[in-house]
Design a binder for this molecule. Structure first.
Ligand code: NOJ
Length: 468
């Protein structure tokens, strides 16, 4: 009897030991850009370039997390967070990109990790969330050079050797497509009613050389995995946190599902596919023609270095597809102008992507451990007269995502954790501070933190280990 009473509820739960996490990144929250020996990053330069960021916002102060980290971690604990994905700022550790490490920079992450462990929160460290040392941009042209890939591996190995006694999960790089394609050529995103142009630091337009920049980035990931493995103890895991381009079947028949899977493999040819297969797809190389990357002997083996897990950032379907008789066997359909969306211009809705993306990562590449390293939404949050923030749209978005994610786990897709983007409102790149993604509202003039209603939702879901 007891069993039949509990079974309906447990059938909606996430797997045991599921991580209920929140995510942030260094430049978006830390501030303190000139403290304790930190070097400049390409984001300092870019944000201070007139016209690049809405309202002229910069990350100079951001959430002042560098000074407030201890209270922030306590706040995480109070809203039921069990894992925290933060990023390490490379220019705090190596102010010049390479050379002598800066002990004060590392000391900050030591304190941050220790604070998490004392709060019972599992630390997940990302080593690159876009704040490349400006010195490497100046010296090598950033990711245009293989030298930056080598420098990244050295930095990654160094940080892992220092934090690896306490941090059991390292993400190498965050969102390849964003920092490469948006950083080195800018992209246009189909949002139904229009196309939106998105650009990130360093704001270059390298033309066909983009193929080489992409290659250098995946090479960096492979070299970093090897460098991390060389210094950490057995059981420490590492892998990427990529914004997978997810093709979602609109009609769920076997033929449509197969077409969507083919599409996802091709749409990720430059990043996840080559990292997880150790080879570029024929279609990718054909499309590149003579602009294709210069692949040196051994590169593909490095790029294909096995990872322990695959992290994916999942916000929206990249495309909906239907099968096609013509090569490559799928057709991406246009979004209707009326397709619903969240606040960010690029953010079309399609919660079923939270099922298809991890399912395809397993079916395409046999991943044994998957993390949803980011999901969340910007919303037009305001403080109500009663002092609270009622973000019911964010709760709707999150609940739908979790329901679809739970379906994936119930079918055996090995998703081990979900990280909400973001813990608190922060510097949303080109959109500045106007676009709030947090579970916690931040008043940027006083630095006061106010947990939103979505924080209560997150806490309840984490406690139930289920979408509620
Ligand atoms: C992905 C990025 O990793 C993160 O930095 C950004 O703020 C969110 N998406 C929301 O746009």
């Amino acid at each position: 009897m007891a069993q039949s009473q509990s079974s309906p509820r447990s059938s909606h739960q996430m797997p045991d030991a599921f991580h209920w996490g929140v995510a942030t990144s260094s430049y978006q929250i830390e501030g303190a850009v000139n403290e304790d020996g930190r070097g400049a990053s390409i984001w300092d330069t870019y944000a201070h370039t007139i016209g690049k960021i809405k309202n002229g916002d910069t990350g100079d102060v951001a959430d002042d997390h560098y000074h407030r980290y201890a209270d922030d971690v306590k706040l995480m604990q109070s809203i039921g967070v069990t894992a925290y994905r933060f990023s390490v700022a490379w220019p705090r550790i190596f102010p010049n990109g390479t050379g002598t490490p800066n002990p004060q920079g590392l000391a900050f992450y030591d304190r941050l990790v220790d604070a998490q462990l004392s709060a019972g929160i599992e630390p997940f460290a990302t080593l690159y969330h876009w704040d490349l040392p400006q010195a490497l941009q100046d010296r090598y042209g950033g990711w245009q050079s293989r030298d930056t890939a080598k420098a990244f591996a050295e930095y990654a190995g160094y940080v892992a050797s220092k934090l690896g006694d306490r941090v059991k999960h390292f993400f190498t790089m965050n969102e390849f497509y964003s920092f490469v394609d948006m950083g080195y050529q800018g992209i246009e995103i189909d949002v139904g009613a229009q196309k939106v142009r998105v650009e990130l630091a360093p704001g270059l337009h390298v033309g066909p050389a983009i193929y080489q920049v992409r290659h250098n980035a995946v090479l960096a990931q492979g070299l970093a995995i090897q460098a991390i493995r060389a210094v950490v103890k057995a059981g420490t895991k590492c892998g990427p946190a990529d914004n997978i381009n997810s093709a979602v079947p609109v009609v769920n028949t076997p033929e449509n599902i197969a077409a969507a899977q083919r599409a996802t493999r091709e749409l990720n040819a430059a990043y996840l596919t080559v990292m997880l297969e150790g080879a570029y797809t024929d279609a990718y190389l054909e499309a590149a023609g003579q602009d294709g990357p210069k692949v040196l002997d051994g590169d593909l083996k490095v790029i294909g270095t096995p990872v322990d897990f695959v992290g994916i950032n999942v916000y929206r379907p990249s495309v909906y597809v239907i099968p096609s008789a013509d090569a490559p066997g799928f057709k991406a359909i246009p979004f209707n102008a009326s397709h619903p969306h969240m606040l960010s211009s690029w953010h079309l809705l399609g919660p079923e992507v939270m099922y298809w993306a991890p399912r395809q990562v397993r079916s395409l590449w046999g991943a044994k451990e998957i993390y949803i390293t980011e999901s969340g939404c910007g919303a037009s949050d305001v403080i109500s007269p009663d002092g609270r923030v009622y973000d019911s749209d964010r709760i709707m978005y999150t609940r739908n995502n979790l329901v679809w994610l739970q379906r994936a786990t119930a079918e055996g897709v090995p998703v081990a954790g979900y990280f909400q983007w973001s813990f608190m409102d922060n510097f949303e790149w080109g959109d500045g501070y106007g676009n709030r993604f947090g579970l916690v509202y931040v008043d940027f003039s006083s630095q006061k933190r106010i947990p939103k209603l979505s924080a209560s939702y997150f806490k309840a879901a984490a406690a139930a280990n289920a979408p509620v």
